[in-house]
Design a protein around this ligand. Structure first.
Ligand code: BDP
Length: 584
């Protein structure tokens, strides 16, 4: 559970300036946590370094915490971590976007300790996301972004070659804390909500570490008690409930105060229902239309490091756009962002870091890579972490896998995860995988999901610059999906626009072309009732590895990387003002 401070629990932050060095170096230098190391240092190794780096700091736990259970928690370390206390290993963790923790109660309070983390940023065929091992490179070029000799074939260094289009930022990217709990503590809380006429129904399950009497009190927004229950599980009826609605509705939040004999934990509850019915996506029984964008946790200086200002700014910009949703492309975001989305009524499609399972027919990712069991493990971790957020309305198992060249293998792989998500999620949310532009007639995976999510670049990567033809091709494809008769979200569509590049004739890379492109695609969407959402790619420009198509990053943003609106942002804002999104 997310660390909190209350009458029974406390938090000691270990954020701040740590010591840092590349493995093998003898001297330390300062680094800020949370943050990516790639952006903070001028050392030429920092940007494309591949391998192990070391972080170190000292800390003391005040003596007053002596009788309590003490836990060291990392919200995320990208990608793999080996943790040492006073020189001895205490554990490891795999994967760069989910939290992990260690019980360190045995460590004496009142004394100084040394915490060291060895972070490995290597990505390969066993990691998620996927890094290419040796061989060919991104978009068919042979440029991994590090010095090479002998016609580019022999690398001077080991390298990380992402099989995805965002910078492989690494380091201790999210908060590090020690939190305390009583000895017998609340281990987990699961809340599911539903509607019964005017009433809200909250089912709860509370897990404690030992024997303890559990009580749960539900308070409304004014702090008034509106329902309660005793025991480790049960159902609470909230008469005439205020529902959690996405914007522009009111994202009403109750608070569940859970107490066990010694422990206390409070968490927000949004009462709402989610359902896929026919070709509609229903929230609280009413058709919902996703207006929003994919995004990256990305900013200058911090890289992918958690940045509260950026999160608040982006939510505010989503409001400004008249948006109501967000996809956590292409990995689970920092937990603080989901809490903001709960409060601010932004619906979240929560995505696993499964990107790069696609070699465009040159390699079968399902037989030649070994990611299945790790992928399932990440899914379980994600659901456990995010299951209670009212804002989370759908799980995305991954982004743009190969579903075309090995259709049966793809189906078996993704369908197993789909089934697992339905089994594990107490709220049984809809499940999807976001599919790549492909020969959709061969794709048996996308149509098997609860919601069909497709990324399409007609008029950019395909049929570049010819929007009339792009529209014909896209309409033809939409005819195909119409027959499938499931709700469809256009989860990505976009055109790069270099901010400030203008043209009388809308040509590629100009702001005018980005506007014309989005308008052309939107016109196709507007004719289709089964289309339940549009997410232009991308919310804001972001950093990615260098390449012939990436001048200073990916520029498909509606906003620049420093969050100034491009012409397209104004156009989308006007459009979304006229699309209600949600009856409320
Ligand atoms: C899609 C990917 C996304 C890329 C985008 C692009 O899902 O990560 O950034 O294309 O090329 O294929 O801009």
């Amino acid at each position: 559970m997310y660390p909190v401070s209350n009458k029974d629990r406390s938090i000691i932050s270990l954020n701040g300036i740590w010591q840092f060095r590349f493995a093998g170096d003898s001297t330390w230098q300062p680094i800020s946590v949370p943050g990516s190391f790639n952006t903070q240092l001028t050392d030429p190794r920092a940007r494309y370094y591949c391998g192990i780096v070391e972080y170190q700091r000292h800390f003391t736990i005040p003596k007053i915490h002596g009788g309590e259970r003490r836990v060291l928690r990392f919200d995320a370390v990208t990608h793999d971590a080996e943790v040492f206390l006073n020189g001895s290993p205490i554990g490891t963790h795999r994967g760069g976007f989910l939290p992990f923790e260690f019980d360190i109660s045995a460590l004496p309070c009142g004394a100084e300790h040394t915490l060291m983390v060895r972070v490995n940023n290597r990505i390969d065929y066993t990691t998620l996301p996927i890094g290419i091992e040796g061989g060919t490179a991104f978009f068919g070029s042979d440029n991994p972004g590090v010095p090479s000799v002998e016609n580019g074939k022999k690398r001077l260094h080991a390298y990380n070659l992402p099989n995805f289009d965002f910078f492989n930022f690494a380091g201790i990217t999210r908060a590090v804390r020690i939190y305390t709990t009583p000895q017998v503590y609340i281990k987990d809380i699961t809340l599911t909500t539903d509607l019964d006429g005017e009433d809200g129904i909250i089912d709860y399950v509370v897990e404690t570490s030992g024997d303890a009497a559990v009580h749960i009190a539900i308070c409304d927004g004014e702090g008034e008690l509106v329902g309660e229950g005793s025991g480790k599980c049960g159902t609470i009826r909230i008469a005439h409930a205020h529902l959690w609605y996405p914007r522009p509705g009111t994202p009403y939040l109750y608070t569940a105060h859970v107490t066990s004999d010694e422990d206390t934990y409070a968490l927000p509850v949004g009462i709402r229902s989610i359902e896929v019915a026919g070709n509609q996506f229903l929230i609280n029984g009413k058709p919902f239309y996703f207006k929003g964008a994919g995004r990256h946790e990305d900013s200058p200086f911090r890289g992918r490091g958690t940045d509260g200002c950026l999160n608040v700014k982006d939510i505010d910009l989503l409001h400004w756009l008249n948006a109501n949703s967000l996809r956590t492309s292409h990995y689970p975001y920092a937990e603080e962002m989901y809490a903001l989305c709960d409060r601010e009524g932004i619906v979240v499609i929560d995505e696993l870091p499964a990107v790069g399972l696609n070699f465009h027919g040159t390699k079968n990712p399902y037989t030649e890579l070994d990611t299945a069991s790790y992928h399932a493990e990440l899914l379980a971790q994600l659901i456990r972490r995010d299951k209670n957020h009212p804002s989370v309305v759908m799980w995305s198992l991954g982004n743009e896998p190969d579903t075309e060249n090995y259709p049966e293998d793809a189906y078996a792989y993704w369908r197993a995860l789909y089934d697992l998500a339905h089994r594990l999620d107490p709220q049984d949310r809809p499940v999807t995988v976001v599919c790549c532009q492909n020969n959709y007639t061969k794709d048996i995976t996308a149509p098997s999901m609860d919601v069909v999510c497709i990324n399409r670049y007609y008029g950019w990567y395909n049929l570049a610059g010819v929007l009339e033809v792009a529209q014909i091709a896209f309409n033809e494809e939409l005819e195909f999906w119409q027959e499938i008769d499931k709700p469809l979200i256009l989860a990505e569509y976009g055109a790069d626009a270099l901010p400030g590049l203008h043209a009388i004739n809308a040509e590629m890379f100009s702001e005018e072309y980005q506007v014309a492109y989005l308008k052309a695609m939107n016109a196709c969407l507007d004719q289709r009732e089964f289309v339940v959402g549009e997410h232009p790619w991308v919310f804001a420009d972001f950093d990615t590895q260098q390449g012939p198509m990436r001048p200073g990053g990916n520029h498909k943003g509606l906003f620049t990387r420093d969050r100034c609106p491009k012409m397209a942002a104004h156009m989308i804002r006007d459009r979304w003002a006229t699309i209600e999104g949600q009856a409320h």
